[in-house]
Design a protein around this ligand. Sequence first.
Ligand SMILES: NC(=O)c1ccc[n+]([C@@H]2O[C@H](COP(=O)([O-])OP(=O)(O)OC[C@H]3O[C@@H](n4cnc5c(N)ncnc54)[C@H](OP(=O)(O)O)[C@@H]3O)[C@@H](O)[C@H]2O)c1
Length: 161
Amino acid sequence: MLSIIVAVAENNVIGKDNSLIWKLPRDMRHFKETTTGHYIIMGRKTFESNGRPLPNRTNVIITRDQDYKADGCVVVHSLEDAIKEAKDDLEAFIIGGGVIYDLAMPIVDRIYLTKIHNSFEGDTFFPEINMEEWNVVEERKFEPDEKNKYPFTILTLDRKK
Ligand SMILES: NC(=O)c1ccc[n+]([C@@H]2O[C@H](COP(=O)([O-])OP(=O)(O)OC[C@H]3O[C@@H](n4cnc5c(N)ncnc54)[C@H](OP(=O)(O)O)[C@@H]3O)[C@@H](O)[C@H]2O)c1
């Protein structure tokens, strides 16, 4: 199974200046719990934005640069090769960013979608989701608290068969 995991603002913004805009530790915990032990597939810019391989996961980086090296990571040159690398994982995760989500959207089976109930200025966007193609199989709402400034909802969407 191939899944996207993403956090999206009301206006579809996912990032600005190659970094995340909001800080929501509760959502970061969901990201960590969901992806730990699995393959995570990302664009070169998202990898550099993270600044290091994420621990306890196989980090697969997609770049056109044939000489690109990153310690502790698998480097590939297409989404297809990234998926081949992850073929033995029961569930592999596309973790961004905008360009790689665009490429993966037509072929993923599931989307873990954190909807942040706020709009932000940004330069990177998540593609429009056509809800006619997806079933909402889980929905969890989170209210703001002292550590998490914005309300958000974590949805699990499975592609309709
Ligand atoms: N909110 C969220 O959940 C979330 C999650 C992840 C990232 N983000 C944000 O998204 C932003 C980064 O996204 P982005 O769209 O700018 O970049 P990106 O998707 O992370 O990476 C783009 C890079 O991937 C490589 N690439 C893309 N298509 C390729 C192809 N067909 N074949 C080979 N390589 C390919 C290229 O690397 P080279 O240039 O090296 O060739 C390209 O520059 C940041 O702001 C980050 O914080 C948000």
